[in-house]
Design a binder for this molecule. Structure first.
Ligand code: AMP
Length: 190
């Protein structure tokens, strides 16, 4: 299987690119943020639990997130591979993912990271907030807090995958098409 972690700070373009890549490579796209938002819309117990964290720009606790991720993977037994978007976001999630996949005699092929300067990220997120209806995109303070979470808890994952020679950085500035071509070059090698 081809299991790829699409990585990058909020606003890097993970969701947009995942939509294109999942079709091209026949992968199941799992966006943990999307699954949480779906649960919030449907007022499930998981949604009610996740909502406060998300509204504040905090990460949802690892235990909750990992359990949900495993359930999403297990919904797709015949999959050719997975494109993880927004997961893992902490070292403990990365460890949980490795052991979960190892139990299935599988592994992460690579982490592909979209690299974008912070000023451009804030601009993109505020613009998305005008149309997405996402409250966490509409307030600059919340956006800043999400970056803080990213730099404190998530950015360390670069080292985690580098140690396994599985980290691939891609320039995330440019048109959607250009960035997609750069990503495909990396995906083709994984
Ligand atoms: P995203 O759609 O990836 O920007 O995620 C939106 C929000 O969902 C984040 O700010 C977190 O509150 C929550 N979230 C998504 N994925 C995770 C994760 N892997 N771990 C913890 N919280 C997450």
């Amino acid at each position: 299987m081809k299991n790829i972690v699409l990585f990058g700070p909020p606003g890097a373009g993970k969701g947009t690119q995942a939509e294109l890549l999942k079709n091209k490579y026949n992968l199941i796209h799992i966006s943990t943020g999307e699954v949480f938002r779906y649960n919030i819309r449907n007022k499930t117990d998981l949604g009610i639990l996740a909502k406060t964290y998300m509204d504040n720009g905090d990460l949802v606790p690892d235990e909750v997130t990992v359990k949900m991720l495993k359930a999403e993977v297990d919904k797709n037994p015949g999959a050719k591979g997975f494109l993880f978007d927004g997961f893992p976001r902490t070292e403990s999630q990365a460890i949980a993912l490795d052991s979960f996949l190892a139990d299935k005699n599988d592994s992460v092929n690579g982490m592909v990271s979209l690299e974008v300067p912070e000023a451009l990220l804030v601009e993109r997120l505020l613009k998305r907030g005008e149309t997405s209806g996402r409250s966490d995109d509409q307030d600059e303070e919340k956006i800043k807090h999400r970056f803080q979470e990213y730099y404190e808890k998530t950015a360390v994952l670069q080292k985690y995958y580098e140690k396994q020679n599985k980290y691939f950085g891609v320039d995330g500035v440019g048109t959607i098409e250009d960035i997609n071509k750069r990503l495909q070059k990396v995906f083709n090698e994984l």
